[in-house]
Design a binder for this molecule. Structure first.
Ligand code: NAD
Length: 371
């Protein structure tokens, strides 16, 4: 049975990257019917909104989308389409695997981390009060002398529901993808209410998974039985130091929104940066797969930037659709092209001005040829 998938090319370098990723996925053996839906800057000019209902309807109907980056105008203009999509579809889990592929120049090898970031709560809830407003004054009065009168205030809500849901997502991901450990990251020594609640919810979920083996591990049957998934906790500051010293000790990291935003960039940096970092935003019903990077406007239409991150987001999508063999085939081909280092974009060459660098389209074609 073919899968119908919504394809949002996006703007900036989005359309050329989406074409490259589509070309590779079409050659993977998986049968995908693409429903192309434009969104972003040009759509705003034509339809009066950068995210028309037809786009959301298409994603809700198909349940899966692959999305190119979309520009958010700075200082005025429309609000982020990317954030609006996550909110409208309640895509509560942000999944960012950070895996090192030999051939990518990094300071670390053998890194294979997965950051699971809560996507809806925390300081991103958008509950903010400018200094001097009646709301700010009310909160300051409530705080009984602990906040200065001229303070601006951002509220950090962390719910039991949201925490339980994201940690359960992390454990389910670990079970289904053969991972060995889930680490909860927050800072409850200081934020005893919010981060304390997060850890309590995480421990409850961890108890439910006690003794559960990771399903996809080929050799889980070790002496004495299956290999259960470990659970541990780190404070976010100590975690940062751990990650830049011994990232190979960690596996799946789960955390509230803000820590997740920061640590996922840190982890992407460990494995070679934006050009190779895939991602997904996942809800109960719907999942949208996209690279971490943005629309790199200065390179628009130049057939220059690296398609790897969006192709690897396509690999995550194929796994999500149950197309494991097609996903493995694409991932192996990408790894092989990168390891050879010949048909790769400028950012993967030792010198960025290297004249042997190929374009977006040519790198995708090399991946297809390798399959
Ligand atoms: P960006 O990720 O677009 O680009 C920053 C720099 O990273 C680029 O100039 C380029 O040098 C490099 N880069 C990015 N992607 C690359 C690739 N595939 N290959 C090689 N190099 C690559 O970040 P920005 O400049 O801060 O943002 C540009 C626009 O994208 C903004 O409007 C921003 O809001 C938007 N954005 C969208 C998303 C999304 O759609 N999810 C995510 C981040 C930023």
């Amino acid at each position: 049975m073919p899968h119908t998938v919504t394809l949002i090319p996006g703007d900036g370098v989005g359309p050329e990257l989406a074409a490259a990723a589509r070309h590779v996925i079409d050659a993977s053996g998986a049968k995908i019917v693409w429903e192309v839906q434009d969104a972003g800057f040009a759509v705003m000019e034509k339809e009066g909104t950068p995210l028309p209902d037809r786009v959301l309807d298409s994603i809700r109907r198909n349940k899966v989308a692959l999305k190119g980056p979309i520009t958010t105008p700075r200082g005025g203009g429309f609000r982020s389409v990317n954030v609006a999509l996550r909110k409208a579809l309640d895509l509560y889990a942000c999944l960012r695997p950070c895996k090192h592929y030999p051939g990518v120049r990094t300071r670390f090898e053998n890194v294979d981390l997965v950051v699971v970031r809560e996507n809806t709560e925390d300081l991103y809830a958008g509950v903010e009060f400018e200094p001097g407003t009646p709301e700010a004054k009310q909160v300051i009065a409530l705080a009984g002398g602990r906040i200065r009168d001229d303070a601006a205030i951002s509220i950090k809500p962390i719910s039991a529901f949201g925490s339980e849901r994201i940690v359960d997502f992390a454990f389910r991901y670990a079970v289904e993808n053969g991972r060995r450990k889930v680490t909860a990251v927050a800072k409850d020594n200081i934020m005893k209410a919010t981060d304390g609640l997060f850890y309590r919810a995480a421990r409850e979920v961890a108890k439910r998974y006690e003794g559960k083996a990771a399903r996809a591990l080929p050799a889980v049957a070790v002496a004495g039985g299956d290999l259960a998934i470990e659970y541990d906790e780190w404070l976010v500051d100590a975690m940062c130091m751990q990650l830049v010293q011994k990232p190979e000790l960690y596996d799946v990291l789960v955390m509230p929104n803000l820590y997740g935003d920061i640590l996922s960039d840190l982890c992407a940096g460990l494995v070679g940066g934006l050009g190779v970092a895939p991602g997904a935003n996942i809800g109960e019903e719907v999942a949208v797969f996209e690279a971490i990077h943005g629309s790199a406007p200065k390179y628009t239409g130049m057939n220059k930037v690296n398609p790897t991150a969006l192709i690897l987001s396509g690999v995550l999508m194929l796994r999500h659709l149950g197309e494991k063999e097609a996903a493995d085939r694409v991932e192996r081909a990408v790894a092989s092209v990168i390891a050879e280092g010949k048909h790769v974009t400028y950012d993967m060459k030792p010198d960025r001005t290297d004249a042997t660098a190929v374009g977006t389209k040519e790198m995708a074609e090399a991946v297809v040829a390798r399959m």
